[in-house]
Structures are given as structure tokens and as C-alpha cells.
Ligand binder design. Structure first.
Ligand SMILES: [Zn+2]
Length: 399
């Protein structure tokens, strides 16, 4: 398997250590429904997981839930509701949506709010090690103390400052020694949840949760860590700094990032109000169609949502279902060849568009075949569709 690594900036072999691999993907902040951008990211890691399992690797996968953060608490305040109740409800909806589009369940889905005392211990280690400092109940990571800062994103300082401002930090905070220092701990406002710490009754910053949850669930190094490419900076850059300052290096062996889905000329995002919800799509098409729509795009290329593409994906699903039911029997050599080509496409930096082209050929072969061969269409198409998480629910698929 060859896979792009963000830190090294190239497509490189991903070699599991022994027979297992650990995957950590940053999860949702559960205050709103899952949109197509979420679905694209989690689809990509699901295909990666399926192909690793298919090649004989045991995969342990973790996706956290950011249930304590600024957005979550703002929404709880606006709705006059408890942040935990909002989180419970949205996590249930998210799990249902992801199951309906055929995502494998993850091995663990830890919630940040359940692990704050561990985060406090980590921050204490960072303060003791001289990597962090406290001011007025706040604790900051001191970026100057970690010379490798920037080694993932390769951004210049001005771009880092701009992006950190756009993505929820405050580079102008006068308590900081440097504009790029990031919050590890902050005092809670009167109506916010609070945990005890040596610095204040407060709550953790955003980045610390993923380092703590990833290492507690998976140990180090984490084999593959990823998420949307808007998380490269500052989130993942900061995760590396605090994890490697407080623990062993490297924190992560391979960084994989998924491009953004766009709609109406902009990245799909809550703040821009241009979301296409998975649930809305599921009212019109089955989950399999959504997976085929997502698989038609390479994970490193940003793309724009287009309703006509949903129709095209749905036509594709029907064609595949027809091929699965075809009374044909394929030549074993041809079927084996197509299946090998299909796996090769996935092993080439998860080339799912290329894999779909092989699937199209396989479906066409099934639809035109006679009865001479020994392989039933489902024996060839079933594994291919399975690797994409796109098995039609009611189709006769060989196991
Ligand atoms: Zn994260």
C-alpha cells in the first residue's frame, strides 16, 4: 500500500508493523448533523481500513468525539440545553447516518469530556518539562521550546498566524509569550463545565484531547493519523508538539489528510451555511449510492457537490446491482485479473476513481458474459463493492 504522507510531502509505502495497524481519525464536534464533508473524510479512512483488513492486517481504529469545546458550549448556551444532552443526541444521529452509508464501526469512539483528568496530567508534564507556562489560570504551549513546530504543515509564520486566527485561536492574546503559542487549559466561564486543575477550575483546549485520546487508545507511535486537511494546521501540528514534548517520538508514522468538499463556491462549513446533510441525501438515495458518489473522487482533490453527480452515482449503483444478479458465469482468469487490478488501484494512494473504472469493466463483463466460466458475478463484484463499503443491502453477494 502506497499512501501520501503530509509531513514528508510524498506518496510513500505504508508498511504496517507486524500484523496490525492503528488508525486515529479526528471525529466530530457533536452539535449539528453530519454533512457530505464529514462523510467524505470518514469514507476515505473506512476504505483504507477495509483494504488493510483485506490484505491480512488487523486494524484498530479510533475516532474521538469533541464534546467539550467553544462551539459545543456556545450552542448549548444558545439553546439553553446541557452540552452533554446535545452531544448524546448528535452522536446517536451521526452513528446512524454513518452506519447507513456502510461505514465499519470504529474500535473505540472516546469522548473528550470523559477524559479531562488525563489531559490535566499531560499538561502538568508539559509544564514540568518547561514546554508550557501558566498565566492567570490559563496554560499555553510554548512553541519556541519545540523547534520541530511546523514540520507537518511546512507553513511560514505569517500563514500560521492567519490560519490560527481563522480556526478559533487568538494570536493577539496578550497573555501569550508568542502569537503561535496555543491554549492547553483555560478557566471556565460561570455557565461552562469545569474540572479541577492546578491552574484554575477550567476546561482543556482543543488540541490536547486528540494527543491524549490517541495515545491512551493506541499507544505510540500511531501508525496512521488523519482527518480533513483543514486540521493540518493548527490542530495536528499542535498535537505533534505536545505529544512529542511529553512522550516518545515519533507520535505518528503516517499523516493522511482528506481534501474539502465544496458547495456554492466555498468549502462546505457550518459557518457558511452551505451544508449538504447526509440525512437529506439518504431520503432520496440509498447509502450505497452515496458511497459510490464519494468513491468517484480522489481523497486528495477538493471537489464540488453536484446533484447531477448523485444521479450518476445512483445509475452506477443500479448497473452494479443488475450485474450482481446477472445469470452469467465469468472466466476465472478474467475475474481474478479484474479483482487484482481493483486492489492495485486502492493500493496506489487509494485511487478510488481508478478502482471504480475497474468495477465498471467488471460489471460490463458480468452483463455480457455467457455461461461458460466458473465464477459467478457476485464472487468478483462482491469483494470489490465490499472494499468500497458499497455493497447493496438486498443484493445476493458472496461472502
Ligand atoms: Zn483531533
Amino acid at each position: 500500500m502506497r499512501l501520501h504522507d503530509t509531513a514528508r510531502g510524498a506518496v510513500l509505502p505504508f508498511v504496517p508493523r507486524g500484523e496490525s495497524a492503528s488508525i486515529y481519525v479526528c471525529g466530530i464536534t457533536p452539535y449539528d448533523a453530519a454533512h457530505l464533508g464529514h462523510a467524505f473524510t470518514y469514507h476515505v479512512f473506512d476504505v483504507l481500513t477495509r483494504r488493510l483488513i483485506d490484505s491480512g492486517v488487523r486494524v484498530r481504529s479510533v475516532r474521538n468525539v469533541t464534546d467539550v469545546d467553544d462551539d459545543m458550549l456556545r450552542v448549548a448556551r444558545e439553546r439553553g440545553a446541557d452540552y452533554r444532552a446535545i452531544g448524546d443526541d448528535q452522536v446517536q444521529r451521526f452513528d446512524r447516518d454513518m452506519a447507513e452509508i456502510g461505514l465499519l464501526p470504529v474500535s473505540a469512539a472516546p469522548r473528550a469530556g470523559a477524559h479531562v483528568p488525563e489531559m490535566v496530567q499531560w499538561i502538568e508534564r508539559l509544564v514540568e518539562g518547561g514546554f508550557a507556562y501558566d498565566v492567570d489560570g490559563w496554560v499555553y504551549f510554548e512553541v519556541q521550546r519545540f523547534p520541530a513546530y511546523g514540520g507537518l504543515s511546512h507553513l511560514d509564520r505569517d500563514t500560521m498566524i492567519r490560519l490560527s486566527r481563522e480556526r478559533g485561536a487568538d494570536p493577539g492574546d496578550v497573555r501569550k509569550r508568542d502569537a503561535l503559542d496555543f491554549v492547553l487549559w483555560q478557566p471556565s466561564l460561570p455557565d461552562e463545565p469545569r474540572w479541577q486543575s492546578p491552574w484554575s477550575d477550567g476546561r482543556p483546549g482543543w488540541h490536547i484531547e486528540c494527543s491524549v485520546l490517541a495515545t491512551r487508545e493506541l499507544g505510540t507511535p500511531v501508525d496512521i493519523h488523519g482527518g480533513g486537511d483543514d486540521l493540518i494546521y493548527p490542530h495536528h501540528e499542535s498535537e505533534i508538539a505536545q505529544a512529542e514534548a511529553a512522550g516518545p517520538t515519533p507520535y505518528v508514522r503516517h499523516w493522511t489528510h482528506v481534501a474539502m468538499v465544496r458547495h456554492q463556491g466555498e468549502k462546505m462549513s457550518k459557518s457558511l451555511g452551505n451544508l449538504v446533510f447526509v440525512r437529506e441525501l439518504l431520503e432520496h438515495v440509498p447509502g450505497t449510492t452515496i458511497r459510490l458518489l464519494l468513491a468517484a473522487h480522489h481523497y486528495r482533490e477538493s471537489w464540488t457537490y453536484d446533484a447531477e453527480e448523485v444521479s450518476a452515482a445512483d445509475d452506477r449503483r443500479r448497473r452494479y446491482e443488475e450485474a450482481l444478479r446477472a445469470p452469467a458465469a465469468l472466466d476465472a482468469g478474467e475475474a481474478g485479473d479484474l479483482l487484482r487490478q481493483f486492489r492495485e488501484r486502492l493500493d496506489d494512494d487509494l485511487d478510488t476513481p481508478g478502482a471504480l473504472r475497474v468495477l465498471d469493466l467488471a460489471a460490463a463483463a458480468a452483463l455480457r458474459s455467457g455461461h461458460g466460466g466458473g465464477v459467478e458475478p457476485a464472487e468478483m463484484l462482491g469483494p470489490m463493492l465490499g472494499l468500497l463499503g458499497a455493497r447493496p443491502a438486498a443484493a445476493p453477494v458472496a461472502s
